[in-house]
Design a protein around this ligand. Sequence first.
Ligand code: ADP
Ligand code: MG
Length: 250
Amino acid sequence: MSEPILKVENLNRYFGALHATKDVSFEVADGEVRAIIGPNGAGKSTLMDLITNRTTPTSGKVIFRGEDITGMAPNKIVHRGMTKCFQISKLFSNLTVYENVQIARIEMNKKTFSLLPVRDVYLKAEVQKYLSFVGLEDQMNEVAAYLSYGDQRRLDIAIALAMDPKLLILDEPAAGVAREEAYKLMQLIRDLAAERNMTIIFIEHDMEIVFNYADVISVLRDGEMIATGTPGEIRNNQFVQEAYLGGGDA
Ligand code: ADP
Ligand code: MG
């Protein structure tokens, strides 16, 4: 067994008196597609924010590619190879599709690009490559605001890919997208992960998507990670049965 790409050790987070993340420990293997599930308010987004240090843990550790990144500045974490896609797209809506990806590439390569006389030519090829990964090459001159919602999500993914992640975290990638488009997006994410040797962690509510696209599923409830297993194992988990499959509130 190779070293896991991510190790989370005894993470805790309080918001005042609210214990939002309760002693969470788990590991994700290199190349794995991991789903995180749980009802609204279970602490899924908080956990991802703790891993990317958008929220500082009260205690605990995050080890990424063998390095302790707990408390590291979020932009440094991105440069180490961990990128999070946003639940609500934070695109530059008045800029073009092309420009949105270009900004991400420049940010990732500030030092290199300042030395390159052929910067613009090189950059153009790079940006087009990322747009072609998500099937947006033909729309590269369109203003982001005018894209369909599904295409905005694709652009969001292209921007994340432009940061060359080894681990890509997605918070409800399929939210608000029609079922068919959601399946296409998830297939795209899986294909990209395989091609680029990328590990994926995604939060998702839609159990059909979770069971179809995850290698391993972790279940959060009230801030606690109560189960981790294969789709087959999690399908038979009693809490999951009650909350998702037996007419619970999810
Ligand atoms: P999920 O993503 O599973 O729906 P969240 O991680 O968003 O859950 O929220 C977990 C709990 O932490 C909720 O009770 C939420 O109200 C609370 N919470 C999240 N962020 C904050 C914050 N910045 N300040 C106070 N409470 C928060
Ligand atoms: Mg959430």
